[in-house]
Design a protein around this ligand. Sequence first.
Ligand code: PRX
Length: 637
Amino acid sequence: MSFQIKTFEEYQDAYKRSVENPEEFWGDIANHFFWKRKWTKVLEWNFTEPNIKWFIGGRLNITENCLDRHIYKNGDTPAIIWEPNDPSEAHRILTYRQLLDKVEQFANVLKNNNIKKGDRVCIYLPMVPELVIAVLACARIGAIHSVVFGGFSAQSIADRINDAQCKLVITSDGGYRGAKVLELKSIVDDALMQCNSVERVIVLTRTRTPVSMIKGRDVWWEDEIKKVETQGNPPCPAEEMDAEDTLFILYTSGSTGKPKGVVHTTGGYMVYTGYTFANTFQYQPGEVYFCTADIGWITGHSYIIYGPLSQGATSLMFEGIPTYPDAGRYWDIVDKYKVNILYTAPTAIRSLMAFGDEFVESKDLSSLRVLGSVGEPINEEAWHWYKEKVGKGKCPIVDTWWQTENGGHLITSIAGVTPEKPGYALLPLPGIQPCLMDENGNEIQGNDVSGNLCIKFPWPGMLRSTWGDHQRCKQTYFSTYENMYFTGDGCYRSPEGYYRITGRVDDVLNVSGHRIGTAEVENAINMHSDVVESAIVGYPHPVKGQGIYAYVIANHHINPDQTRQDILQTVTRLIGAIAKPDIIQFVTDLPKTRSGKIMRRILRKIAENELDNLGDTTTLQDPAVVEKIIEGAKQLR
Ligand code: PRX
């Protein structure tokens, strides 16, 4: 890992070089990876179409970088440590050699099931090692994976499968999550009633939940493995990929419409996740690294699978939830495996804080060296608790800011190398050129200023497109400001030049670190037969960061309690339980401008209970509507 930055001076040098000569900078880093053929040019780009290409002409397979190249020296090093949901079940360890064998074996299963380079494969699995195996097996043969988080509903899966025209789905009979069993196969069955592109479903046994296996379509994972064994377990050579071949699609919510499929390609994503993993956390050989994210989100893709494995690290994955069987579960895991680096989300920290300090104080956490935070702004109280109670005041905290579209960390402290400051993501990593923009499209210079956060120059891990709709990519990220990638986040730059992310400036919510589009939730609520119209806003929530507040106009004959339950059920069905509103207020009207646009600013203020500061309401069609909504809100509190 000789591209690790060790001192603040080295950081400054690397940063300077990355800006002055980005091609040389990234070319040097890419040389630390294994390429079947080297690139002829490091970068070609414009942010107008946009057209972004890294390591042009380079040929590689990411799994050779994540697996094969470690075998000779470190074949017996644990690649994946798996901790089950139920602490009394045996854990599993897969060394690099074992993981490679399993990936090759399952890659042959995919081939036997007619999957070829470029085909799309939907993966809907719980957090078991087979999820990592399935992802890497796709990458081995050049199939494009589209992992769908286990909390999404049948409808959401169907939308994602249809958008990407997936040929194959990989799922399990069920999944354990705390005390609950999720019936994953049955959810997939519901989804597939709407999907014509799917030819085959491979079903892993996990919970022995009864499932209906459809003849000609559904096969068991274990049976397919046996077939490969009877074929003599042949190796599965890695497909040679172009650096710009698509590696995966991951769906994420935006301010309008349905979730879009963010497209990541092979070479740049590999270089960027490997580089950022090694640097941000300062991973040292032999250390145990535990990222608590689900592989259904980008954090799991980049920092459970690709980043750590490309660096030969030991990546711990956990099937369950932080509060099962009790609120000490993370600390038990840290103690049991002597975890050195813990990477989790503020929402988990806040929820565990609420259970009191006994859970964390009774465990031996002395192995911890670095703590990471991701997914949402971390409030000072949670930051200090993490620092003192978990890290015993001795572990640096890296607050990593980035997005699904970015592939890897953009603005973050580097553990023990750059300073830290509660609430601040701090400084851009080498290669990242952030800037703050004002409403008129001008860059805001200097420090102690706030603006909309943009990035001026490409980095290898950035998205290349949105699946099937390049215009949408252009529109969403590259049209707000000329020649800039627009993040959708607001940001403050302190007098020292440190960056603090202040949250989304668009209609995207961040609930427990999960990204949710207000339009998506409104569309789901509006599907309910008694709903006329709805408006969703976020409000500060002590544990989730943001909660979902729904203002709903319903037919007047309804029974509010019953309809509230029905609406929750509708959202769960159409999106998933993660998008359920926390508060539903029935209203008779919504505040609208004369042109009929809902004034969300006012609804946000009411949801936040900031009634003194509603701003100008004179442009409303009917300002009296606001008073009525305030009255209704008071009754709900
Ligand atoms: O608003 C920012 C917030 O999460 C958004 C990206 O969400 P997603 O694509 O789901 O990726 C989450 C994990 C990378 C951002 O636009 N966000 C993410 N990390 C931070 C953050 N906000 C503040 N501080 C962070 N460290």
